[in-house]
Write a protein that binds this ligand. Structure first.
Ligand code: NAP
Length: 289
């Protein structure tokens, strides 16, 4: 088994971005990310810290707008509209999940597609549907997975790829991006009748569900590349909380040819791709690409 070291790859990406940000600052363009956070969800706070650190590592400016859970859809959409108009802001990120009283699609819809660094607007998702050439601001987690596969020279074209999970932010866009690269893609979800019959065929198995130990060694083909995207907080044997993915890592890693660890696999790549998107947006908004 070989580990796919997302943390290492993400550091290389951030280092390259730091140079690009310096170059932009020399041209009096300071890439800046605006972040909207609602409430104090512990997972969201942890993601926000990681993203803020990556901004500070690369030199991207960070401005955070905090709201309490009583905020309305209209108030958030109005904030997004004002950030759309602000020439100093190059990327807008609305940290998900939003509380139940807010209609998230309406808030995301308000984001100007050129500043949509999470790649969640219908415009950017729709463009991505056409081909790799139109993948401009793509959702960060799927992009992180693609970059990991490319970095480790895992062939995608013609491979049997199984994606477990079909959310709009991970599973579906990942399946589309793999299809754009000529993989034969099967997408599984909660209604899939015999999950193992699909996962066992996969040359590349990508799992984004949010259920610890969903994927056991018996469900994985010998030598497969396993990309574990899930993040689950569970209690370890010592009673302390720990992060695990959706795969039974100890046993799946003995059978897989390559596997991403959790933490340290896809997570840091998601953050690195967010930084990439912010730099891309800053360049494009200043007509540099
Ligand atoms: P989500 O919106 O809850 O989607 C989960 C998906 O899994 C849904 O498509 C669901 O199907 C499917 N599913 C649920 N139970 C299943 C089962 N028993 N068998 C097969 N499929 C099942 O979650 P998400 O936002 O896509 O995130 C998925 C996981 O990835 C979470 O653990 C999240 O924390 C993690 N994540 C990690 C990163 C990262 O950077 N590492 C980024 C984003 C998300 P239905 O919709 O039909 O119920």
């Amino acid at each position: 088994m070989n580990l796919i070291e997302g943390r290492k790859v993400s550091k290389e990406i951030l280092l390259k971005l730091k140079d690009q940000v310096s170059g932009l600052i020399n041209k009096h363009i300071h890439p800046k990310l605006a972040v909207i956070l609602v409430g104090q969800n512990p997972a969201s706070l942890s993601y926000i810290r990681q993203k803020q650190k990556a901004c500070s590592d690369t030199g991207i400016e960070w401005e955070q707008f905090d709201y309490d859970e009583e905020v309305t859809t209209e108030q958030l959409a109005s904030k997004v509209h004002s950030l759309n108009e602000d020439p100093d802001i190059h990327g807008i990120l609305v940290q998900l999940p939003l509380p139940k009283n807010v209609y998230a699609p309406e808030v995301l819809k308000a984001i100007e597609p050129k500043k949509d660094v999470d790649g969640f607007t219908a415009y950017n998702l729709g463009k991505m549907f056409l081909s790799t050439e139109f993948e401009h601001l793509t959702p960060c987690t799927p992009m992180g997975v693609i970059q990991l596969l490319e970095y480790y020279k895992v062939p995608i074209k013609g491979q049997e790829v199984v994606v477990v999970g079909h959310s709009n932010i991970v599973g579906k866009p990942l399946a589309t991006m793999l299809l754009n690269r000529d993989a034969t893609v099967t997408v599984c979800h909660v209604h899939t009748k015999d999950l193992a019959s699909h996962t066992k065929r996969a040359d590349i198995l990508c799992v984004a569900v949010g259920k610890a130990n969903l994927i056991t060694a018996e469900m994985v083909k010998e030598g497969a590349v396993v990309i574990d995207i899930g993040v689950n907080r569970i209690k370890g044997a010592d009673g302390k909380e720990k992060l695990v993915g959706d795969c039974d890592f100890e046993n799946v890693s003995k059978k897989a040819g390559m596997i991403t660890p959790v933490p340290g696999g896809v997570g840091p790549m998601t953050v690195a791709c967010l930084m990439e998107n912010t730099v891309k947006s800053a360049k494009r908004l200043n007509n540099l690409t």
